[in-house]
Write a protein that binds this ligand. Sequence first.
Ligand code: BEZ
Ligand code: FE
Length: 309
Amino acid sequence: MSQEAPPVKDVPAEQAAREEALVRQVLAAFDGTPSPRLRQLVQALAGHLHAFVRETRLTTQEWEAAIGFLTACGHITDDRRQEFILLSDVLGLSMQTIAVNNEARGEATEATVLGPFFVEGAPEIPIGGDMSGGAAGEPCWVEGVVRDTAGEPVPHARIEVWEADADGSYDVQYGDDRIAGRARLHSDDQGRFAFWGVTPTPYPIPSDGPVGDLLRATGRSPMRASHLHFMVSAEGLRTLVTHIFVRGCAYLERDSVFGVKESLIRDFARQEAGTPAPGGREIAGPWTRVRFDIVLASGEEAEDTGATG
Ligand code: BEZ
Ligand code: FE
């Protein structure tokens, strides 16, 4: 990184020179970092942080408040709650990291945030099975085909799906050991998949911690646009972490973690009560159906999700 600090407006030249000398000294302290990549990262980080302090003329009280905020994020974080990822999410950093690491590749389906509610080892269901596990909600039939960017079907792709119930809770938030609203299935030999879930509804991200305080202090909503999560992987293809969003949801344009992409919005077509349902399922009330055809990019290790957040 250049050792030249960018100029800061309205600061007397002598003061600016002192501040710039400190920036140069700090950056030079990392010059001996053996790993070139680590050197690049720490010098860029230090440089941007100094620029932030100088540009905003950060006060000592504000610096203390920032340290207090990060300390609170640390205190609430444990193996079930990750406040730092949530902070990255609401600052849009998770989505920016995904954008940087998932350059648009042809027709490949776009990626979005993983979120904190993915759990390894979800129960396997057959094609046409029910992933709701008794989660409350209006039934929703989801179907599609997994293809590669050449348009060829991807047989036996591993498809992990998870979602919140109609009250906006994931099973891991129930406070017991129930597994609901999550499953794994595999596409058939022509890449096709289908399953029953529940029609997604909007829900708030966890807002009882410092990140929630930040959202309130800045007048932002914690709500996420209604969505259903997917993680799709297959040998020799890039693992895709994404969601589909419900067209018409009020939060599409103000999703609290900036996860919505136009290409991921789908029509969840409403079916009146009594409409015959796939698999002959008997449904008392209305239900929805949605199609999501998935295109996996090539050229990456299957295990590399390339995703954060
Ligand atoms: C979610 O969709 O599950 C989620 C994503 C980011 C932060 C919180 C929740
Ligand atoms: Fe979610």
